[in-house]
Design a protein around this ligand. Structure first.
Ligand code: G16
Ligand code: MG
Length: 214
């Protein structure tokens, strides 16, 4: 058994990946181009400004003014907040609560490792604020995934060495970050996309402790 589990937030605990997509799509449409659902895969787990760069590349738009870029990113975040402000605990993904409780009951520590600056807001919205031993969010790190910083920070705060931590991730960059942090990694989603993870699950429904045995 591992000693700690670190959960990505967007797409693992809650389905906010969908809201990120809708918010970027609104921005893209305003800038005069379309953002397809398949493009969303590239945006998962990537930091806000990095995601903007990807969007601009897709739309073939060149912006040199960093202030204007900041404004665009802020606009996207306003759209995103509109969506997440309506969230309730119904939006916690299936099986997640039960699985977290199972870990807690077996004295396995739990943490959030997200690059999102909206992490606290989302946890509050869905009533998970007090669940986690450690929360590392976008305010605590300087390098987005695939850099391992977010997970290494969590391991440090948990006081559990990386090789005894298991990361749960839905994004390719997140899996890369976990593996380069020297941690175990369970992918949540499509095994064809998350092929570098040690294991891949479709959802947390009916998952037991064997999932974190390596
Ligand atoms: C999340 C999302 C990304 C998003 C990033 C920054 O990361 O997956 O799509 O761009 O956070 O979020 P924000 O704009 O809210 O600061 P993670 O690490 O939770 O998957
Ligand atoms: Mg994610």
């Amino acid at each position: 058994l591992v000693k700690a589990c670190i959960f990505d937030l967007d797409g693992v605990i809650v389905n906010t990946a969908r809201y990120h997509y809708l918010a970027w799509k609104r921005l893209a449409n305003e800038l005069g181009f379309e953002l397809l659902e398949k493009d969303n895969e590239l945006l998962k787990g990537v930091g806000r400004m990095e995601a903007l760069e990807i969007i601009l590349k897709i739309g073939n738009i060149q912006i040199y003014d960093p202030k204007f870029k900041e404004q665009l990113a802020e606009k996207k975040n306003m759209y995103y907040l509109e969506y997440i402000n309506q969230m309730t605990k119904e939006e916690i993904l299936p099986g997640v609560l039960k699985f977290l409780q199972l870990l807690i009951d077996h004295n396995i520590k739990i943490a959030i490792g997200s690059v999102s600056k909206n992490t606290r807001t989302i946890l509050k919205k869905v009533g998970l604020e007090s669940y986690f031993d450690v929360v590392v969010d976008g305010y605590k790190i300087s390098k987005a995934k695939p850099d391992p910083e977010v997970f290494l920070k969590a391991s440090l705060e948990l006081n559990v060495p990386p090789n005894e931590c298991c990361v749960f991730e839905d994004a390719i960059v997140g899996v890369i970050a976990a593996k380069s942090a020297g941690m175990k990694c369970v992918g949540v989603g499509d095994p064809r996309i998350l092929k570098d993870a040690d294991k891949v699950i479709q959802s947390f429904e009916n998952q037991g402790l064997e999932l974190v045995m390596f």
